[in-house]
Design a protein around this ligand. Structure first.
Ligand code: FAD
Length: 317
């Protein structure tokens, strides 16, 4: 059966949820091969969990330096594998790193690239959500081994037993004169909450929240739901919340089961980052706010009255 390469996103010895979603999508196309790039021993640690999501093979691309550089080791390893195993496709998460690796890989291998797919069928046709979720565009790569990035949360992960046979792959030594080296990693504020792009529930605040202090209302509702906190660009630009939590065209793209927008008008650039959420709830005091056009449930009201009541009710359950 044809191989489908899946780049495994992992951090601190844990596989990110998106990798399971990609392995699920890969099974529609062929036999999933998980590609783990990292420090020595990491693939063996992840092997059991990758097996339970149907990985037939696990390519262990390990070296002391692999985790110390940004995207180049993954690009090198995937390009090498594309040449040696001729996969039917390469799937990566549509994360900041995933998209950069995908772009470089497509150029390196001369293949077509599809970015931010929300679905992928067994024929390799990728679906993309456009214009506030109003249109779905379908596309297929016609040249080379397709490189496809898939939005985290877009595809539901399903378990399946795989062999997870481990194969060692050499990681070319990164060219220190051309590659960006990681000099340190620090946990960010809000680190106890789920990561924005991985969370199944996201509560975001906009300019309507009014101040950095008032963002506590957003955080309290998020914590009652075990959710991640997001923010609109207006909220970020006004200094209410840090930039790494911005959702939208120039921020992060999220696709959770539930997205709650508090005091966000719903500009097209914001929608671009959250329109594929499965259920959208909006709280806005303006009945004409465009966010209501894409909301599944809308509350016309003051977020400072609605959000605390909601958090209290959820807390009681
Ligand atoms: P506003 O549009 O000002 O809306 C605030 C809303 O809060 C209003 O609807 C108001 O009715 C409501 N409100 C006020 N008080 C309350 C209250 N007490 N209770 C309930 N509701 C209340 N934006 C992004 O978000 N992400 C991006 O990545 C992004 N990228 C951009 C890229 C470009 C190139 C450009 C040009 C713009 C980009 N923007 C982005 C900005 C975008 O166009 C909007 O300006 C921004 O999304 C507006 O944020 P907002 O909805 O929080 O603010």
């Amino acid at each position: 059966m044809s191989e489908v390469l899946v780049l495994v996103d992992h951090v601190d010895g844990e596989v990110k949820k998106v990798a399971f979603e990609l392995l699920t999508a890969a099974r529609r196309l062929g036999e999933p091969s998980a590609v783990v790039v990292g420090e020595p021993g990491v693939a063996a640690k992840l092997n059991d969990v990758l097996r339970t999501y149907g990985a037939a093979k696990v390519y262990a691309a390990e070296s002391a330096e692999a985790g110390q550089y940004l995207v180049t080791p993954s690009v090198d390893v995937l390009a090498e594998l594309v040449g040696s195993v001729s996969p039917v496709a390469v799937l990566l998460p549509a994360s900041v790193d995933g998209k950069e690796i995908a772009g470089r890989l497509a150029v390196r291998t001369g293949a077509g690239l599809l970015s931010e797919a929300v679905d992928l069928d067994g024929e390799g046709v990728a679906s993309h959500s456009l214009f506030g979720g109003g249109y779905v565009a379908k596309a297929k790569v016609v040249k080379g081994a397709p490189v496809v990035t898939v939005l985290p949360g877009a595809i539901e992960a399903e378990q399946a037993e795989g062999a997870a046979a481990e194969h060692a792959v050499e990681v070319p030594a990164p060219d220190a004169t051309k590659s960006a080296r990681i000099t340190g990693r620090e946990p960010v504020e809000g680190g106890d909450r789920p990561e924005l792009t991985e969370a199944s529930v996201v509560v975001s605040g906009g300019r309507g929240v009014g101040s950095a202090e008032s963002f506590e209302v957003v955080e309290k509702l998020a914590d009652s739901l075990g959710a991640a906190v997001g923010a609109s660009r207006a909220a970020v630009d006004s200094g209410f919340y840090p930039h790494q939590f911005q959702v939208g065209q120039t921020g992060k793209t999220v696709s959770p089961q539930l997205y709650i927008a508090l005091g966000i008008s719903g500009a097209i650039q914001h929608r671009a980052g959250m329109q594929t959420s499965k259920t959208i709830v909006a709280v806005n005091k303006d009945t004409e706010a465009p966010i209501f056009e894409i909301a599944d449930f809308g509350v016309v009201g003051d977020l400072f009255a609605v959000a605390p009541q909601l958090a209290d009710e959820i807390g009681k359950r």
